[in-house]
Design a protein around this ligand. Structure first.
Ligand SMILES: [Mn+2]
Length: 508
């Protein structure tokens, strides 16, 4: 194919598949179908491709202490592509001072791919520190991680997915922070390996660093930006960033803290919910969770094919997490009552929470992440009814209008498109989107950008009613009572709404 150093320095490889011989093109397509990423492309890229040093200025001089505790790296694989697993291992070996790695424990979660049996053993026999642990039957990612942890011996454990590549200097910053404070779990900045070309896309390291936060009702994570408050609190851009949640692909934790927290909940099945559980409990039980800007790891994000089984399993897992940790807020998560799947016995997890004297979940909402949005638990919540036009509500389910959706005045039913929340961020949300005033006298729904501006609202309380105000204009109904309009505020009841106040603000 006439390739020179494909993928070097994190560049990807894009092939014109139409120019490949038929047999090769078939292999290319088959590999994409098999694994949700291109094993074919991966096998053309060196197992030891170098990655550039992308550390922020200031990182180099911060982490020169040679006396850090040793680390065990625990990697779970299940039918992962040979080249992807090996590249993960090589990148650890090549980018870490040897004395910091005590061992790398590969846990084979009962893979069926033959190449991951003896051939893998033979390949890794060149590394003194790498050992393979085989599960006899499928344990799932969560229990397999604990198998590896129990086998490991170093004071710090790093859980890493089997499809990662480490940048130079990735480990020292993670471990340094743990050496300072045992009960802080640390994560690197996760960059993104493209699943087709294996190109590494760099993500923000400075103010535009991506912060994982929890989402309700599914207790998954989503990306947010650093709060203004956090940005101001830090004095250097290399300082750790408090993280409300974690993705879970790369986590560093002290052995003692992970044990004290009861490891992962062994009642969680296969995959999902464990990162949420660990995030919540480290925060509630006296520890913390931080992103360390000087640590960089790339992770191969690949779409997970959803299935009915995996969906039910996930809902079962989050039912466990919400019933153990969320107190009354569990009512805002899916399947908390076990109506979709029986979530099993949680009594030992509750006993653990009691014995550690962990804070109530309210602590998370007031001290860890006051911006946490919980649909149905806004400051104001529910349908927004007009005072003048009997039984008509603000409805976000209008027609598409370019990149946004028109908001209408519509007969009240109070469900879905008419269920609104007013957030700590001064957004008015429905169905995952935000009310936006940036379209003249028109009101639309757009993706929430979190930057205030056209999505910043005031809910002004009158006697029993509210005004919805944005930069001096108010949401009202036209004189003929047929449509919504954003116009100068006046005193007519066409601009007055009833909306249920649910609670006080958390941030003043
Ligand atoms: Mn992964």
């Amino acid at each position: 194919m006439n390739l020179t150093d494909p993928g070097v320095n994190g560049t990807g490889l894009t092939l014109d598949v139409t120019k490949l011989p038929k047999e090769e093109a078939e292999k290319f397509h088959r590999s994409l179908e098999q694994r949700e990423y291109s094993g074919y492309i991966s096998s053309l890229i060196s197992l030891q491709r170098s990655l550039p040093d992308i550390r922020l200025q200031g990182c180099h001089s911060l982490y020169t202490d040679l006396s850090l505790p040793e680390t065990s790296v625990i990697i779970i694989f299940y039918n992962e592509h040979w080249s992807v697993v090996l590249r993960t291992i090589h990148s650890i070996m090549d980018n870490t001072p040897p004395h910091l790695i005590k061992e790398i424990i590969l846990v084979d979660d009962a893979s069926t791919d033959e190449v991951l049996k003896e051939p893998l053993e033979e390949y890794v026999s060149r590394f003194r520190k790498v050992q393979i642990l085989r599960a006899e039957s499928r344990q799932g990612y969560i229990r397999a991680r604990m198998m590896g942890f129990v086998q490991s011996t170093a004071p710090v454990a790093v859980f890493m997915d089997a499809h990662c590549e480490c940048f130079p200097g990735w480990l020292e910053p993670l471990v340094t922070r743990i050496a300072e404070n045992q009960s802080i779990i640390t994560t690197p900045i996760l960059h993104w390996i493209d699943s087709e070309s294996l190109k590494i896309h760099k993500w923000g390291q400075r103010k535009n660093i991506a912060i994982p936060i929890l989402t309700f009702p599914n207790l998954f994570f989503t990306w947010s930006s650093m709060s203004e408050e956090e940005w101001k609190k830090r004095t250097r851009e290399t300082d750790p960033v408090r993280s409300p949640a974690m993705v879970g692909c790369v986590i560093a934790v002290s052995r003692s803290w992970f044990k004290k927290l009861g490891m992962f909940d062994p009642g969680l099945e296969i995959w999902g919910g464990e990162n949420t559980e660990l995030s919540i409990k480290t925060w509630l039980c006296g520890g913390g969770l931080e992103i360390i800007p000087c640590s960089n790891v790339a992770h191969l994000y690949h779409p997970h094919r959803p299935s009915k089984e995996s969906d039910i399993r996930y809902k079962r897992n989050i039912a466990r997490v919400s019933n153990v940790w969320l107190d009354m807020y569990k009512h805002f998560s899916e399947n908390y009552d076990g109506s979709i799947a029986d979530y099993g016995d949680i009594s030992d997890r509750i006993a653990l929470r009691d014995s550690l004297k962990c804070h109530p979940f309210e602590f998370y909402l007031t001290h860890v992440y006051p911006d946490q949005f919980i649909p149905g638990n806004g400051i104001y919540t529910g349908p927004i009814r007009n005072v003048e036009v009997c039984n008509h509500c603000l409805d976000s389910g209008g027609r598409k209008n370019g990149d946004s959706v028109n908001v209408l005045l519509y007969s009240c039913h109070g469900q879905g498109a008419q269920f609104w929340d007013f957030t700590e961020h001064h957004e008015i949300r429905a169905g995952g989107q935000c009310l936006d005033s940036g379209y003249g006298d028109n009101l639309v729904m757009r993706n929430c950008h979190g930057q205030r501006g056209n999505q910043e609202w005031e809910v002004v309380s009158l006697e029993g009613h509210v005004l919805l105000r944005s930069h001096g204009n108010c949401v009202g109904v036209t004189k003929d009572k047929s449509a919504l309009v954003l116009e100068k505020c006046h005193s007519s009841s066409l601009q007055q709404w009833t909306w249920k106040q649910n609670r006080k603000t958390r941030i003043s």
